[in-house]
Design a binder for this molecule. Sequence first.
Ligand SMILES: [Zn+2]
Length: 394
Amino acid sequence: MPFDAELATQAYMATLRGAARAKSDAYFEGGYWLILWGALAGILADLIILRLGWAAALSARVRRFTGKRWLQSFLFAIPYLLLASLLILPLTIYEDFYRERQYGLLNQDFAAWGGEALLGLAINALVFGLLFMGIHAVLRRWPKGWWVGATAVTVAGLALFITIAPVYVQPLFNDYTPLPEGPVKSAVLSMARANGVPADNVYLVDASRQTDRISANVAGLFGTTRIALNDNLLKQPVDEVRAVMAHELGHYVLNHVWKMLITLTLLAATLFLIISRALPWMLARFGPRWGVTSMDDPAILPVMMIIAAVIGLPMQPITNSIIRTQEIEADRFGLNAARAPDAFATTAMKLSQYRKIEPGPIEEILFFDHPSGHTRVLTAMRWKAEHLGQADVR
Ligand SMILES: [Zn+2]
């Protein structure tokens, strides 16, 4: 019988059946609703903060404390974010702790999870405060065209954050160590050398501290770029590790971080343009009731966040599709570099742990920021069909 990529894909799909497939589908599909509930909860929290006069009161207090405009924005943003996070805390605990435990995806108890969540919140608050400080400064200086400056501030801030995160942020949550000597290391480094990736930039991260998820990633910019595979992946057969790491090398070689920054610039510009048009209208319409009427007032922040949450929902399928397109490119690069289509397909099946294996085509476009298992296995089997009988294909 000749090799048929479609039939081979169906044979892989048939290995995930019954309760295991139902659980995988339920976990991922539940996530669709959580996107909506998350946006609604955020909007509700902002409306509470505005309607009960908390935003106006916080702003008045901050302005009494200092006359420096830039400091007012920073000092408003931090307690605002903490307050908003507190209001949506029940949803956060359900989504990030209870539900993850329920599906066996989290290895931490509540204290360990909560400690990391608090640390994450502290970092978020600092970054969020600095970002709003920059955006609000631009807005006060150029009340008409501020959306252009806000885009520049956001993208520059993002690039800076991506650059320093591997050095200053990620080590706060996990240990990053060089890969241990052995067949995995030599296989990964061999592929790295063959594809022009500096070999001293490959690390092992102890992700099993938090989760059993198999994963690897590329992080950093400029001198801090590095590829990390997690210890859950390292426990898999060497060809599967090679298949995943070849995908990560693809992100590196194809300059995906830079391309993403350029794309995010366009998305951020769209977002801020819409906010710059909607914000004056919102302030004129509801501002008097909220005690927020001037664009100079840092209390416009929750109003901006409401608009961003509303725009964010329809924007999500766009960002998902942009990311998913890069992921497909990395998959194809990885197949060519590792030449292990069955190992790649096997790994794609293992990712059903947290990603629905066989969605409909529209569902995949709307909700998937990585190709589905079905798409990945089919891609691998098509590659295999064109390389049958070649001695180095595993
Ligand atoms: Zn990827």
